[in-house]
Design a protein around this ligand. Structure first.
Ligand code: SF4
Length: 218
């Protein structure tokens, strides 16, 4: 049985989309090349944000931004949450949850002077449809809750740079219980698949980057 050191949002999202896809990606480690040009804009903005929050001089980098990058960067630079006090930027975070380890990489963790904490996630693309129950929201809030321990409030902020809007999810006792329940059920379902090495297909008329391999297999 394959064992994973930790579970990330991407792993759980893939498993929820399709167990077979999870098998190709995380068990067989088959990587299908993707169009990296689509991801470059996001990478550039994230890199710039990280340098800025770490107080590096970014004057030269700002001068070479193209029109689209400049627009997104200005939206982020003027965002009220992005201008709060920085605790950490672009960092890996892990935490024990029941018998498992959860992991993730935060864009930034910031706070105001009243001990309200905000996990920031910059999006150059779309915010998840059901952001409150997206595995990224769930895992990052559960881990960060353990990481900072004492706070007035803990929040997750998706910053939609294209539309210049924020979606905020507030962490509290009720949502924590719901999140823990969701995580426990999903991870134990995943571990059952690992144990018996059986991964179901999501459907027979679906499509994903593994379609060409998948179509010829049961
Ligand atoms: S093509 Fe469909 S069944 Fe096959 S891996 Fe992709 S999502 Fe799963």
């Amino acid at each position: 049985m394959k064992e994973f050191i930790s579970y990330s949002p991407a792993m759980l999202k893939t498993f929820e989309q399709c167990q077979k896809k999870f098998e190709y990606k995380y068990i067989n480690e088959i990587n299908i090349p993707v169009d990296s040009s689509k991801m470059q804009l996001g990478k550039n903005i994230h890199a710039l944000a990280n340098y800025y929050l770490k107080s590096f001089n970014i004057d030269t980098l700002e001068k070479i931004l193209d029109k689209k990058e400049k627009e997104l960067w200005n939206n982020l630079k003027n965002n009220k949450y992005f201008n709060l006090s920085v605790i950490k930027s672009e960092f890996n975070i892990t935490s024990k949850f029941k018998a498992y380890i959860l992991s993730g990489r935060l864009d930034a963790l910031v706070k105001d002077d009243k001990d309200n904490y905000y996990i920031l996630d910059y999006k150059t693309g779309k915010i998840p449809d059901n952001a409150e129950f997206d595995y990224q929201t769930i895992i990052y809030l559960i881990i960060t809750n353990k990481f900072i321990k004492k706070y007035n409030s803990l929040n997750f902020v998706y910053i939609d740079l294209k539309n210049n809007i924020d979606e905020i999810i507030k962490f509290n006792k009720d949502i924590k219980e719901k999140y823990e329940d969701i995580l426990e059920k999903k991870i134990s379902e995943l571990e059952k698949c690992l144990k018996y090495n059986i991964y179901k297909k999501n459907g027979y008329n679906c499509n994903c980057e593994y379609h060409k391999i998948c179509v010829n297999q049961d």
